[in-house]
Design a protein around this ligand. Structure first.
Ligand SMILES: Nc1ncnc2c1ncn2[C@@H]1O[C@H](COP(=O)(O)OP(=O)(O)OP(=O)(O)O)[C@@H](O)[C@H]1O
Length: 273
């Protein structure tokens, strides 16, 4: 479990990126932080592994303040996957994956053997192990990024818009892989996106943020869709318009649901005759 208690972050230039943020992130679930650009999502994520230090407030992991942990050791114990994969261009795929374990003292041979297994885990062919990142597609690079994030076998995996730069088909694939990985590996995943559909697909807990990381609503996707906390949330999740706005259309044989463009989205089941 990760807990933020009244956490604020003011950058040296005076930007209030995060203002009095409190949240419990349950273990072994996926929590998605979603909000528009500049709402403070990345800052929140980076505070978990001390890439960014809060100006005030406390962050605990399993009841222990992260301030009591050595920042470098903490960072290596938490997986981090970022947009554009963040791979080292002059390292082969296998070495990109094996680097952190080697830094933490795992013998090179063992780390490389584990790296090959991780390529299997993220659905990559082992033949790609000796390529350089530039010789991979965007989707493959992101998979290597995920493998690297998992390399130290962390309990916590932070994912910062990891699929923002790939095309929609590859993205859908990677999203399904993420769901499978979370289920199989039982990690605590904290995922940042500005895409509400991605948030609802991946999140057990979804946190909708406004500027300054102000929480507009936190809940399961169902809770949020059923009961949006404000006009801002209703608008953000597209209840008033867009593809979630379904209306009932009576037909000769019962009622069907149509989306905002008039396309049939399903039939209304269990309707009283
Ligand atoms: N190092 C920094 N110095 C000054 N301001 C910063 C710094 N990093 C972030 N900010 C500002 O803090 C606010 C929150 O930024 P953050 O990157 O956390 O938002 P975000 O929700 O992740 O945005 P995006 O979706 O665009 O990545 C923004 O106004 C941003 O400009």
């Amino acid at each position: 479990m990760i807990e933020f208690r009244s956490v604020s972050k003011v950058f040296p230039d005076g930007t209030h990126a995060v203002d009095d943020f409190s949240l419990v992130i349950p273990a072994r679930k996926t929590t998605v932080l979603v909000g528009s650009s500049g709402s403070g999502k990345t800052t929140l994520l980076r505070m978990i592994n001390r890439m960014v230090e809060p100006s005030s407030g406390e962050i605990e992991i399993d009841g222990e303040s992260i301030l009591s942990r050595d920042p470098v050791q903490l960072r290596r114990s938490i997986g981090y996957v970022m947009q554009n994969s963040g791979l080292l261009p002059h390292f082969k795929v296998i070495d990109n994956v094996a680097t952190v374990p080697i830094l933490t003292g795992v013998p090179r041979k063992t780390a490389r053997a584990q790296a090959l297994e991780l390529l299997d885990t993220v659905g990559l062919n082992r033949d790609l192990a000796n390529r350089y990142p530039s010789q991979l597609s965007g989707g493959q690079q992101q998979r290597v990024g995920v493998a690297r994030g998992l390399a130290a076998n962390p309990n916590i995996l932070l994912m910062d818009e990891p699929f923002g730069a790939v095309d929609p088909i590859v993205r859908a694939d990677l999203q399904q892989e993420t769901i499978r990985l979370q289920r199989d590996l039982d990690k605590t995943v904290v995922f940042v996106t500005h895409d509400i559909d991605e948030a609802f697909l991946l999140g057990d807990q979804v946190v909708i943020l406004e500027k300054g990381a102000k929480i507009a609503q936190v809940g399961s996707p169902t809770e949020i869709v059923e009961n949006p906390a404000s006009d801002f949330v209703a608008d953000f999740i597209g209840i008033k318009h867009g593809k979630r706005a379904l209306t009932i259309k009576k037909t000769a044989h019962g009622s069907i649901l149509v989306d905002s463009e008039g396309r049939a989205a399903g039939v209304l089941a269990g309707e009283a005759p």
